[in-house]
Design a protein around this ligand. Structure first.
Ligand SMILES: Nc1ncnc2c1ncn2[C@@H]1O[C@H](COP(=O)(O)OP(=O)(O)O)[C@@H](O)[C@H]1O
Ligand SMILES: [Mg+2]
Length: 313
């Protein structure tokens, strides 16, 4: 097959995407495919038109790659692509919409409030922050509504830190999410499939210090991963159930990775769902696949097959 890979681009996660993309590119070539790499810029659409591609593998992370934008373009050009469609991408990349939909589908997610930048300028919502602090309690988590790789995410210990944390999150998006802090074990659940789903072994994430922020993710040895997670069978079963429900609630196809914290009572709380999980050497989806006996190349092959299956129905 002739497969195009979209990577890089101008998002803040450009470097991670290049790492994912190059690794996927190598695997696709080893599988015998003809690969065309695209570092996404304004030449993308003209280059894709008439390129004769059988499929596009989306290895983009962050805005435009993960928020339904590029998916929409590929729909317009009638080029099959890997990963969930426009709706799941647009909603999945927006933590506020995702959480609203999770709630409506009985997917447990921490309590939250959303404020837009405009409400600070035009409605004085700075004065709402102490109220939110009281309602959610401390610590609480402040994050951009639409961003990834923990960029702009802060754990806030007391009210005095709130305005600065909010300001910092608003650098990344025009909306900020304030969320109740969940104490417990962090896990990631990767799901493969279309109508029928395969839930890969749960990965437990234990950063050596602080939370699972950008440095904990991409610095070698900064985080310990356990796969399968060191949790008892009943809790693992609950996690799998909740992750599957989240995947279905956002109507995902092909793949997703659901980020969860299991609270101290053993109840999984969904933080978010990712439609373009990282594929780097230290990423969670390849790690989970490995534990299920799927090497990196097998995983890439499976993603290609799932993508084509979606279009053959
Ligand atoms: N409500 C929360 N309680 C505790 N830790 C959180 C919470 N929300 C986020 N975190 C921490 O911040 C990290 C990034 O948050 P997440 O919502 O997954 O956003 P991102 O899209 O940046 O990965 C998580 O991996 C977790 O370590
Ligand atoms: Mg996450």
């Amino acid at each position: 097959m002739r497969i195009g890979i979209l990577m890089g681009g101008r998002s803040l996660e450009r470097d991670i995407s290049l790492r994912s993309g190059r690794r996927v590119s190598r695997a696709l070539q080893e599988l015998g495919h003809e690969v065309v790499e695209y570092d996404v810029d304004e030449t993308l659409v003209p280059n894709l038109k008439g390129a004769g591609l059988d499929l596009v593998y989306i290895a983009l992370h962050g805005k435009f790659g993960e928020d339904g934008t590029v998916q929409e373009l590929l729909e317009i050009l009638d080029i099959p692509y890997t990963g969930p469609g426009v709706y799941s991408s647009a909603v999945g990349f927006n933590k506020a919409f995702s959480k609203e939909i999770f709630r409506r589908h009985g997917v447990p997610t921490p309590p939250f409030f959303v404020l837009s930048e405009a409400t600070f300028q035009e409605m004085g919502s700075l004065h709402a922050l102490p109220v939110i602090g009281k309602k959610l309690g401390f610590p609480l988590v402040v994050k951009p509504v639409a961003q990834g790789s923990a960029l702009g995410v802060r754990v806030v210990q007391e009210g005095g830190e709130l305005p600065e944390a909010v300001r910092s999150a608003l650098h990344y998006d025009e909306r900020v999410l304030l969320e109740g802090y969940v104490r417990g074990s962090e896990v990631a659940v990767s799901i493969l499939g279309n109508a029928e789903l395969e839930v890969l072994p749960v990965v437990e994430i234990v950063p050596r210090s602080g939370f699972f922020d950008f440095d904990s993710r991409y610095t070698l040895g900064a985080t310990d991963y356990y796969c399968p997670a060191r949790l008892d069978g009943e809790i693992t079963q609950r996690i799998v159930e909740v992750a599957t429900r989240a995947h279905r609630a956002l109507e995902c196809e092909n793949v997703s990775r659901v980020d969860i914290i299991v609270d101290e009572a053993g109840n999984p709380q969904v933080l978010e769902l990712n439609i373009s999980p990282g594929m780097t050497e230290s990423s969670l989806l390849p790690l989970a696949a490995e534990a299920a006996g799927l090497g990196f190349r097998d995983l890439v092959e499976r993603l290609v097959r799932l993508a084509l299956e979606k279009y053959s129905r």
